[in-house]
Design a protein around this ligand. Structure first.
Ligand code: SF4
Ligand code: SF4
Length: 658
């Protein structure tokens, strides 16, 4: 049976399942099965939490003991994306040329980074002492770039461009660290592509069709099976064989012979591979956290090649210039919002690349790869500089990583002084500096280092502005009575987001607390003028006018606010009328305020007090009794009821002449 013809359907199903999983989690809100990435296994080594991803990884690699790299041929979403890219390119008249990329330096570097992260974690935080099971501990889609444009750019770089330059599955063959692991399993797995009959005369279709660059015909003729550890059991060679000689099977047959796998020499010299690896490490360290490991490594790999090719040919080819321009433009807009326009931009970038690849001449580049790159040496000085930069950045990153582990350990043991002193030196180098500054500021706040906390809160907002975080920072500072810092941050926020009236109001409130009433009045007046529909601005202006003794003016502003948002302004009006001894008007607004916020017991207490102040004891008692029914522990209400009843009794006694 030729399974290869069903592969496209299965690949499609994998993507359907992939997006269904994302939709179930993020759209429909069922969070039973979390992220299914292989990295979850290493997270379990660190923290002892077994997630859905851990189970998935164990299942996949248990299966690999028998089936080797079959997962890569049939189930990996990234393998599928590359196959799709290759298919589109062929449809577009661009035939990917296979380049043997036998260097495994990048997968090893990536693998060692993962191992080092686990080891560092163990050193500073200790081994996990117990295992727990939480299938949804890591949200679905984590580890995938959030911006649609960035996903398209990743597909462009790690799919289309790599395939154009180096042939199908170039990412799998040169960058993916998981392929490295699968290749170890492939060595022991009994499931192989096997010869079932004598080969007949052909054009080695099996070899030329193999997306992994395996020398299928040679291996089959010499060994009777495909021994190459790069085989992903995609069945393409089986379908390509004109004499149907091949099939997969677990059992060795009469054609099986032992021997070494046949690996043709790499098409790129070792020094070019080193240059590309070092460039990949540089891009990974500089941009990896922002862009993701996949695209960073691919971009470095491509950049290393373009660098040496340009150096050797003393000119940059038009397609290389187009690739560079596309990537730089895409990276500039990488945080584009997730909407259909960013998808359209991403697709346009891919279309532009396809047009360039089809119409711009790159024959010299391919000639360089096929005839010169194998022996071409990268100038020692160039290689030395790039490798040194990579080592320096890698060492700096390792140092920072150690610092963050130490900081986390200090935080976990509640040693905030140590946490602050470490983070003050390295927060900016964190993979998420905005969060790092935010955490640092919170710790400084707890240690009453208010000014520094305010500065770091501001830095955090500068790096990644978030309205909700800004509100919570202002609220914290206000509650702690740090009005100067509150004013300082509000002023920055006003400059950053001049169209958000809330920040101006926060600045005005801070000014009031600092006793700068005139400035507060001016600030609120400007805000109310600039945002005539902002009831909050009108309320703030009304209140500050009242505080300045201008009650009538204050009332006018509050009435205006009431026209815009009755529910928000009614309490302020009620309270002001009560303060002005205009209790009947206050009564009307208290009723409105209570119906808008029926669970606010303080409001009901005040409403009753306003009535009691008008000698309307019975309705007041009724309101307080209602409040007591809802909140039986409301001591104020109980006392007020008793006092009102006492007044009523006094009145009765007076009437009866007692
Ligand atoms: S090599 Fe990596 S990217 Fe390629 S199919 Fe396998 S796991 Fe996926
Ligand atoms: S040898 Fe055949 S089954 Fe293995 S990767 Fe190549 S085409 Fe696919």
């Amino acid at each position: 049976m030729i399974w290869a013809k069903y592969r496209n359907w299965l690949l499609l199903l994998v993507y359907v399942a992939f997006f269904l999983h994302v939709a179930i989690w993020h759209h429909w809100g069922y969070e039973g099965v979390g992220h299914l990435g292989f990295g979850e296994l290493f997270a379990t080594f660190r923290n002892g939490v077994v997630t859905a991803g851990t189970i998935f990884t164990i299942l996949v690699f248990t299966h690999a003991i028998f089936f080797g790299g079959l997962f890569c041929g049939w189930f990996c979403h990234w393998g599928i994306t590359q196959d799709l890219a290759a298919g589109i390119m062929r449809r577009f008249g661009i035939k990917p040329r296979m380049t043997q990329l036998n260097s495994k330096i990048i997968p090893w570097v990536w693998f060692l980074i993962i191992i080092a992260q686990v080891v560092l974690y163990w050193i500073f935080t200790g081994f996990p002492t117990e295992l727990s099971f939480n299938p949804s501990a890591t949200p679905v889609w984590s580890g995938v770039p959030r911006s649609i444009l960035l996903i398209c750019m990743t597909t462009l770089a790690s799919g289309f461009i790599l395939i154009f330059l180096f042939g199908e599955r170039a990412f799998c063959r040169s960058i993916c660290t998981f392929r490295l692991w699968f290749s170890w399993f492939e060595k022991i797995a009994p499931h192989k592509v096997r010869q079932t009959r004598e080969c007949q005369s052909c054009s080695n279709e099996c070899t030329t069709s193999c997306p992994m660059g395996v020398q299928v015909a040679e291996e089959v003729k010499i060994l009777g099976h495909v021994k190459n550890q790069e085989c992903v059991k995609c069945h393409i060679c089986i379908g390509a064989c004109p004499h149907a000689v091949l099939k997969t099977s677990f059992r060795k047959n009469e054609f099986h012979k032992d021997g070494e796998q046949i690996v043709p020499p790499a098409a790129l010299s070792t020094s070019i591979s080193w240059l590309q690896t070092a460039a990949a490490v540089i891009v990974l360290v500089l941009f990896g956290f922002e862009l993701g490991g996949n695209i960073s490594l691919s971009l470095g790999f491509i950049a290393g090649f373009i660098l040496i090719h340009t150096w050797r040919s003393r000119r940059i080819s038009s397609i290389e210039a187009a690739i560079a321009a596309l990537i730089l433009t895409g990276m500039y807009f990488r945080n584009d919002m997730n909407d259909l326009t960013s998808l359209a931009k991403g697709l346009v970038a891919i279309a532009v690349f396809l047009l360039a690849a089809r119409n711009l001449d790159f024959n010299r580049g391919f000639e360089f790869i096929s005839s010169k790159a194998r022996d071409s040496k990268v100038p020692a000085a160039m290689l030395g500089i790039v490798v040194m930069v990579a080592i320096f950045l890698g060492a700096r990153e390792t140092h920072n990583s150690i610092m963050f582990h130490q900081a986390n350990a200090a935080k976990n043991s509640n040693d905030l002084n140590k946490f602050v002193s470490i983070m003050e030196g390295c927060a900016g180098a964190h993979m998420n500096p905005a969060n790092a500054y935010f955490d640092l500021a919170n710790a400084q706040l707890a240690l009453t280092m208010y000014e520094k906390a305010a500065d770091n809160f501001q830095k955090s907002l500068e790096l990644s502005f978030n309205e909700r975080a800004a509100d919570s920072i202002l609220e914290k500072m206000f509650i702690l009575g740090r009005f100067q810092e509150c004013l300082h941050i509000s002023e920055w926020l006003i400059k950053h987001s001049p169209d958000i009236p809330r920040f101006r109001i926060a600045a005005g409130n801070a000014l009031i607390q600092l006793g700068r009433l005139d400035e507060a009045q001016k600030s609120f007046a400007e805000t109310a003028e600039r945002f005539p529909q902002s009831h909050d601005a009108l309320i703030a202006l009304g209140e500050v006018k009242v505080s300045a003794g201008k009650s009538e003016e204050g009332l006018q502003h509050l009435e205006k606010a009431h026209e815009i948002a009755p529910a928000s302004a009614s309490y302020h009006l009620a309270s002001l009328y009560r303060r002005l001894n205009r209790r009947e008007e206050a009564e009307k607004y208290y009723s409105e305020a209570v119906s808008a916020d029926p669970d606010n017991m303080n409001l009901q207490i005040e409403q009753g007090q306003n009535l009691a102040e008008q000698q309307k004891f019975r309705p007041a008692i009724k309101i307080w009794e209602n409040a007591l029914e809802k909140a039986p522990t409301l001591i104020d209400a109980r006392q007020l009821i008793e006092a009102a009843k006492f007044e009523l009794q006094k009145r009765r006694d007076a009437i009866l002449g007692k």
